[in-house]
Ligand binder design. Structure first.
Ligand SMILES: Nc1ncnc2c1ncn2[C@@H]1O[C@H](COP(=O)(O)OP(=O)(O)OP(=O)(O)O)[C@@H](O)[C@H]1O
Ligand SMILES: [Mg+2]
Length: 254
């Protein structure tokens, strides 16, 4: 669905210039879970922000494949740069910064539809449905995020993202602040939602141990470049790269 083509991103100029992403190319398929792993500062979030359009790359391009069934008219190229014909949603690491603390959960989850001129009553019904789908009690509807646990807050963020029926969901370190059992619940939830909603997930994490049995394919980033890419099964069992092998050792044998 998406080709990331030789993307580079530099921050700052002259002596201060720093390359956050360097010549990265990746392809994301429909309905797959793609894990992007790598240590802190390796450029994962920057790449994700470029994909969703929050940042402009210094060079390279993001090429969206035409969505099946969408008619761009005769003679249009099969691919379309910049604007995505697919809906993309992103969930961030810190729900306290992405969820408005003064709003009720029902308004937070309803907001994307209300912004699209759907009536509050109708959006509220959808919000209740999505809360159920992310396995949250309906009693949370009238509460504020401060009354919810960390895991609940990330489920609220997931529900809000699903309101837009995205074809690609980008999840950037969304389980980093959660305990391992809550993390596992969230990953199971994402996996079943992916099947129900037929969406692709770009899952960003520095925790390699969490992606086995969850993601389909993966790429390992180091200092802005992709050092290895493949199916999760292949990379975890038979990595061809010393850096990846060190990362695996550090994650699995502490
Ligand atoms: N807005 C910015 N201005 C200047 N430098 C930035 C900016 N955003 C990121 N960087 C730098 O780019 C590099 C990559 O950062 P990025 O946030 O993409 O890493 P990351 O892999 O997501 O790390 P983490 O796992 O800690 O979230 C880092 O060296 C960071 O300091
Ligand atoms: Mg990051």
């Amino acid at each position: 669905m998406l080709n990331i083509v030789q993307i580079s991103k530099e921050f700052g100029r002259g002596d201060q210039a720093q390359t956050a992403v360097q010549n990265v190319s990746l392809t994301l398929q429909k309905n797959e879970i793609f894990a992007l792993v790598g240590e802190s500062g390796s450029g994962k979030s920057t790449l994700a922000e470029i994909v969703i359009g929050l940042q402009q790359p210094t060079s390279g391009s993001i090429v969206w494949q035409e969505e099946a069934g969408l008619n761009w008219g005769k003679g249009r190229s099969r691919t379309r740069k910049r604007m995505s014909p697919w809906k993309v949603q992103m969930i961030f690491q810190n729900p306290d910064r992405s969820l408005n603390p003064y709003w009720k959960v029902k308004d937070i989850v309803s907001e994307p539809l209300v912004l699209q001129q759907v009536s509050r009553a109708e959006a509220g019904i959808m919000a209740a449905e999505l809360l159920e789908r992310v396995k949250l009690p309906l009693s949370l509807m009238e509460k504020s995020p401060s009354e919810c646990s960390g895991g609940q807050k990330q489920r609220i963020a997931i529900a809000r993202a699903l309101m837009m029926a995205p074809s690609l969901l980008i999840a950037d370190e969304i389980t980093s602040a959660l305990d391992p059992s809550t993390e596992e619940e969230i990953l199971n939830l994402l996996r079943s939602l992916k099947d129900e909603h037929q969406m692709a997930i770009l899952y960003i994490t520095h925790r390699l141990e969490s992606i086995s049995g969850f993601a389909d394919r993966m790429a390992v980033m180091k200092a802005g470049t992709i050092v290895e890419e493949g199916t999760v099964e292949r990379v975890l069992s038979n990595s061809q790269n010393t850096y990846t092998r060190d990362l695996i050792k550090a994650c699995f044998y502490v």
